[in-house]
Design a protein around this ligand. Sequence first.
Ligand code: ARG
Length: 308
Amino acid sequence: MVYTQKKVYDHNLHFSLDEIPPRVEPRKVLMASPEYFDIIDIKNPHMEKGLGNLNKELAITQWENVRNEYLRLAEKGIIDSVNIISGVPGCEDMVFAANQTFPWRDENGEKLVILSKMRHCSRQKEVPYFEEFFREEGYKINKLVKTSLFEGMGDLIPHYGKMLLYGGYGFRTQKSAYDEIAQLLNVPIIALELVNENFYHLDTCFLPLDEETVLICAEAFSTEGLKTIKKMFREVIAIPVHEAALNFSLNAHIINDQVTGKKVALMQKGGVITFHHLVKKGFEVIELDTSEFIKSGGSVFCMKMMVY
Ligand code: ARG
């Protein structure tokens, strides 16, 4: 094997995708219920507009609509199940279930999870509730010892179908976290610097569709990061900054199911350019309204975690 495992790469990529082993995609959805969702401070620029302006009742309805879509997909066998963790008083952002952990299945099929080290104190309180879920599900729990900032699947996104990860850093996660995580998971991680605070998590600007294609917002990345992305994907489709930032169109959830072969995308409604590309790539696009969650800086992708 030519490529070096357990290592973080930025521009010195000396391996190609063909050398990377395949990966089975997770099929269970995990969400956290929204009864204590609120916007009480400014953790990212989107929250400036959201503060004092949340329609809580509407938020709950929108969350239920997202959950109901997943229940329908489970009925159709496109995902396995929908699992819900109860929201907790004082954890106003807990509903963003993509951030507290990073679940993984290693090359031997063993389930493990890395617990996040959230940047904000109020969000650190969310992590033990997710830890409990994964413990009950039989995951090996991993705590980071050399890292102080890591925000789970918000910043660490797998290459579709491959044992390869992309790690965003600059706002929420520290770059060196990926050294520790690459060791723990025994996979290469390609580090991508985020340079625009509207795109403070990688999941706001980087949306892989399949092994060869990714949708991105170019303005979110450094010049070096963009070059790296172009090396890894045959097709890199740029979505305009206004659509990605205002509509959260790249915070969509792509289900490219390896079992049924079905391609479904769940996204915030109104992202017309993103919508068009997804349809062209053969996705059935389900448009949802997550306006109340966008006020807090998140949409469909970060309202769930995919677990094994
Ligand atoms: N208000 C939350 C925060 O700033 C939103 C998190 C959204 N999550 C995401 N993966 N983009 O922490």
